[in-house]
Design a protein around this ligand. Structure first.
Ligand SMILES: [Zn+2]
Length: 65
């Protein structure tokens, strides 16, 4: 599959359910905005899980080096 023609993938924001650009340009992915990301982080911060270290786990499609 080659979806290189797609400029940016859009996924559903896990926080607000709105459209979120799932691309390196969106530092808050899979959230649509910093606000949504912060809300979500706050909800499970006590699990001491580092979200920022988990990049690249979901979509190899944009991992073009
Ligand atoms: Zn959102």
């Amino acid at each position: 599959m080659n979806d290189a023609t797609a400029p940016a993938r859009t996924v559903r924001c896990p926080q607000c359910g709105g459209p979120s650009v799932y691309a390196p340009s969106n530092a808050f992915r899979p959230f649509c905005s910093e606000r949504c990301k912060q809300i979500d982080l706050g909800s499970w911060a006590n699990e001491s899980f580092s979200l920022t270290e988990k990049e690249g786990q979901s979509d190899p499609g944009f991992e073009q080096s």
